[in-house]
Design a binder for this molecule. Structure first.
Ligand SMILES: [Zn+2]
Ligand SMILES: [Zn+2]
Length: 327
C-alpha cells in the first residue's frame, strides 16, 4: 500500500510505501477510491488536536471497496462499496456509550487522527463503523458526505426544528446542509467571508434564500444558526441574528477563542451548543435523507500525492465545495 503520512506536528505529509495491512478480527481492509479533505485534517496536520500518535495517515471521508475480511465479519462482503467516517471505534461500555451517545465516548478512536485514515491506497477499519453505500452515485461525489455531510446532518438536528436557518461558513459542510435544509422546506441564509462572491453564488445556486457577509444583518430573524467556520467571533454575530429562544450550534472540532459578549445577546433563552462527532444512527439516518434530498456535492479532485496542495488550498479558503483525493 502507499499513503500520505504525517510524520510529526506541522510537517508536510510525505509519500510512503508500506506492506499491505492485514485486517484483524472484526476488521475489514478497504481499497480506497476517494477520500475527502476536511478542515479537521488541517487541525490534525497543525497539531491543534491533542495526543496525535505520530506517524499517522490523515483522512476520514473515505469511500472504497472491501478487499479483505478479518475473522467474524458477517454483514459485509468482498467487493462491497463502503464509507468510513470520523468515528472509527467506541468502547461500548462507558456512561455515554450506554446512554445512546457514543459520539461522546470516553475511549473513542477516530479515523485519520488516532487510527490510520484514508489518505492512502488502503486502510483497515472496524467493520461496525463502515457504512454500506450501495451503488448509486460516484465515489468522488459521495466522499464529502462521510464527514462534511454527517457532521452537517448532526448539526442540523442540534439546531432544532426552526424554519429560518443561518449557515456561517459555506464550504464542504455548509453546501451539503443547505441542500438538506431546503429539501426539508426550510429557509436558508448563507453567511460567508466578506467579498467571497464564489461561495455566495454557490449558496444561491443551491437554493439559499439569501447570501451575504457574516457581519451583515439577514433580511429576517433566524430561528437557528450553524457555525462551520472555525472562527470564534462568529458566535456573537450569530447570536445577534437569532430570535429569542433561538439556538447557535458550533459544528467544528476546533475554534478560535470566542470574544466576550454582552449578556443581553444571549438573554431571551438563546442557546449556544457544540456538536461533537457522530453516532452510527446519524449515518444511517443521513444516508436515507441523502437519497430523498438528491444532494449534489461540489468537489475539486487532487491526486493523492498532492494532498499537501489540497490542504494548502483549504487553509487559504481557495476551494469551492470540497477537495477530494484519489489514489
Ligand atoms: Zn464509550
Ligand atoms: Zn471531518
Amino acid at each position: 500500500m502507499y499513503a500520505m503520512v504525517l510524520p510529526a506536528r506541522g510537517a508536510p505529509l510525505t509519500f510512503q510505501e508500506r506492506p499491505d495491512p492485514i485486517p484483524g478480527p472484526g476488521e475489514v481492509r478497504i481499497r480506497v477510491s476517494a477520500c475527502g479533505v476536511c478542515r479537521t485534517d488541517l487541525h490534525v496536520v497543525d497539531g491543534e488536536l491533542p495526543d496525535i500518535p505520530y506517524p499517522i495517515i490523515p483522512g476520514h471521508e473515505v469511500v472504497g471497496r472491501i478487499d479483505a475480511l478479518g475473522d467474524g465479519i458477517s454483514d459485509l462482503q468482498q467487493g462491497m462499496r463502503v464509507g468510513v467516517p470520523w468515528l472509527g471505534f467506541t468502547c461500548g461500555e462507558c456512561f455515554y456509550c450506554r446512554s445512546d451517545r457514543e459520539n461522546l465516548c470516553d475511549r473513542p478512536k477516530f479515523t485519520g487522527y488516532t487510527r490510520d485514515g484514508g489518505f492512502a491506497s488502503h486502510l483497515v477499519a472496524d467493520a461496525r463503523y463502515c457504512f454500506p453505500l450501495g451503488e448509486r452515485g460516484d465515489d468522488t461525489a459521495l466522499s464529502p458526505l462521510l464527514c462534511a455531510g454527517l457532521i452537517g446532518w448532526r448539526s442540523l438536528m442540534m439546531a432544532g426544528e426552526g424554519n429560518a436557518l443561518g449557515i456561517y461558513g459555506f464550504g464542504a459542510a455548509g453546501h451539503i446542509v443547505a441542500q438538506v435544509a431546503r429539501a426539508q422546506g426550510r429557509l436558508v441564509y448563507a453567511f460567508t467571508r466578506r467579498g467571497d462572491e464564489e461561495a455566495q453564488q454557490l449558496a444561491l445556486s443551491l437554493g439559499a434564500d439569501w447570501a451575504g457577509a457574516s457581519e451583515d444583518t439577514p433580511p429576517a430573524e433566524l430561528d437557528a444558526a450553524i457555525i462551520y467556520a472555525p472562527v470564534g467571533p462568529l458566535v456573537p454575530l450569530a447570536l445577534r441574528a437569532v430570535r429569542k429562544g433561538g439556538r447557535v450550534a458550533c459544528a467544528g472540532i476546533h475554534m478560535s477563542d470566542i470574544p466576550s459578549l454582552p449578556y443581553h445577546i444571549l438573554w431571551g433563552e438563546r442557546q449556544i451548543v457544540s456538536v461533537a462527532n457522530l453516532t452510527r444512527k446519524d449515518g444511517i439516518d443521513f444516508f436515507k435523507a441523502v437519497v430523498t434530498a438528491n444532494i449534489r456535492t461540489h468537489t475539486t479532485v487532487f491526486p493523492l500525492d498532492e494532498a499537501n496542495e489540497a490542504l494548502a488550498r483549504l487553509r487559504e479558503g481557495k476551494l469551492v465545495g470540497a477537495a477530494v483525493l484519489r489514489p
